[in-house]
Design a protein around this ligand. Structure first.
Ligand SMILES: Nc1ncnc2c1ncn2[C@@H]1O[C@H](COP(=O)(O)OP(=O)(O)OP(=O)(O)O)[C@@H](O)[C@H]1O
Ligand SMILES: [Mg+2]
Length: 487
């Protein structure tokens, strides 16, 4: 039977709460202040601590430092008399898995305790995943044994079982969506839906909904999620469509809204919603998104009845969100609300040791799927190891896939993309001129813009080829070009 330690300075409340918790299948111990709680924790660690925020000798949150000594062993639920969004967010940020407000609502207490009980199973699973990582350099679906990736795994393991909002940042192709899926897979929501939406103006989901109507959820776990799509240049979809995808709409609320449509927030209920390219979201929608996140309720377009949501949000961006705030493209209040738990994915050039591991992993996957035994030649491996991989894991994965198709049995350098050998700087020469356009002191943003435009120029405007060579998705390329157009 799992054990709970309950801390409250009001003896009557303490007894009442202990009784309720016992009815949910926990054994309990109680403490009236921090000192008694510390003594109880010293004796042995319970599975969960339910603590009042304000105690006579300090804050319940002070106990987190004791719990952190043995991470993952004991979960903490905070009880607070006057919950403000700030104190709750602060508590979640510091590792509390959930919070209850006084007076305690029985159904809510039951839900929280059920989550705790489920979590206890996951904790052992996460523990074994860590073990696996040490042996094989992998964490669930993620590959990589490098130090920076191990730090990422630790963060995922810590945050996955909580309800905290996560903001994943990293260059294109570093695996942000995979991180979101891993978080969902290790959370109590893992049997619930995982829905992804691109918050920028041009998104395959939206184009699809534009083309085929609004009835189908695009499941980001489906293999289709990363497959190429025919681009319909919609010249930037109207914000109403993104709003309708996120929040839904009532019948007749705008031209074309013939049916009531449940948005992603409703359809992802019980699961995780992945808000991709959050910094590209139209600013007027950011206001609405913030309101949904703060109230936990969504209002369909044209609707007047707020609908409660039960969604965990993971947002991602391949830009610096802080910079987007200073440039005015991301609202500061939304940024703080999303940035409860940031995870920064390192680019491949900062985890070079993982390149061979990833290349072998992708090749093995193809071999297993096709029952083949293709191998890299030593020269091909050397070329793979030497390359900078500006397009990160996606570029590497694409290169391995292409080489696999081209090669008979042994993969030689000739099967690898020709650009793999080319020095990166030549691509950055000024368009039409031989003078190098990139000097030390060029900002990354400018360099990126230059590289994209120069590559596009080189391939005579072929966007598909440009995206492929740069190792970014076509939608990222379109997003960037849209931004350049606006600037
Ligand atoms: N650590 C990893 N292990 C195995 N596969 C990975 C890893 N990281 C990324 N991938 C694979 O690389 C591809 C790109 O990853 P993903 O789509 O998650 O990147 P992203 O950061 O979301 O890119 P973008 O910013 O362009 O949307 C996917 O096929 C993903 O499965
Ligand atoms: Mg992505």
């Amino acid at each position: 039977m799992p054990e709970a330690l309950i801390i409250d300075d009001d003896p009557e409340q303490l007894r009442g709460l202990a009784e309720l918790v016992e009815r949910e299948g926990f054994t309990t111990r109680t403490a009236g202040d921090l000192a008694a709680a510390r003594a109880a924790l010293d004796e042995h660690m319970p599975d969960v601590v339910l603590s009042d925020l304000m105690l006579p000798d300090g804050s319940g949150l002070d106990l987190l430092s004791v719990l952190e000594e043995d991470p993952g062993k004991t979960q903490m639920v905070l009880i607070t008399g006057n919950a403000t969004v700030e104190s709750a967010v602060e508590a979640l940020r510091r590792g509390v898995i959930d919070y209850l407000t006084k007076p305690i609502d029985l159904p809510r207490l039951k839900t929280v305790l059920a989550n705790v009980a489920r979590l206890l199973d996951y904790t052992s699973e996460i523990g074994s995943l860590r073990h696996e990582l040490r042996k094989l350099g992998r964490f669930g679906p993620m590959i990589g044994a490098s130090r920076p990736m191990q730090e990422v795994y630790d963060l995922i393991a810590k945050v996955a079982p909580t309800e905290a909002t996560v903001l994943v940042t990293g260059e294109s192709g570093t695996g942000k969506e995979l991180v979101a899926q891993t978080i969902q897979g290790l959370s109590r929501r893992r049997r619930g839906p995982f829905l992804a939406i691109n918050c920028g103006a041009v998104s395959p989901n939206l184009i699809e909904s534009e083309l085929f109507g609004h009835d189908r959820a695009v499941h980001a776990c489906s293999p289709r999620a990363h497959q190429p799509f025919e681009v319909v240049d919609c010249g930037g979809l109207p914000p109403t469509l993104i709003e309708s995808e996120l929040f839904g709409h009532e019948r007749g609320s705008f031209t074309g809204a013939a049916q009531r449509h449940r948005g992603h927030f409703e359809r992802a209920s019980g699961g995780t919603l992945f808000l991709d390219e959050i910094t590209e979201m139209p600013i007027e929608l950011q206001v609405k998104l913030l309101r949904v996140l703060e109230t936990g309720q969504v209002l369909r377009i044209g609707g007047d009845q707020p609908v409660p949501t039960d969604v965990r949000v993971v947002a991602a961006s391949n830009r610096s969100p802080a910079q987007s705030v200073s440039e005015g493209t991301l609202r500061e209040d939304l940024y703080y609300r999303l940035n409860v738990f940031p995870i920064i994915l390192p680019p491949v050039r900062e985890r070079r040791g993982d390149v061979t591991l990833l290349a072998h992993y992708f090749l093995e996957q193809l071999n297993a799927a096709e029952s083949t035994q293709k191998r890299f030649s030593a020269a091909a491996l050397e070329r793979i190891e030497r390359h900078e991989w500006p397009g990160n894991v996606r570029e590497l994965k694409n290169a391995v896939q292409r080489a696999y198709i081209m090669a008979e049995n042994e993969i030689e350098p000739s099967s690898l993309p020709a650009d793999l050998g080319a020095p990166a700087v030549t691509a950055a020469a000024g368009p039409g001129g031989s003078e190098p356009a990139l000097k030390v002191g060029t900002s990354l943003g400018e360099a990126e813009r230059h590289l994209i435009l120069a590559t596009l120029d080189h391939y005579a405007g072929d966007k598909k080829k440009t995206a492929e060579i740069l190792g970014i998705s076509l939608k990222t390329l379109y997003n960037r070009l849209n931004v350049y157009k606006r600037e």
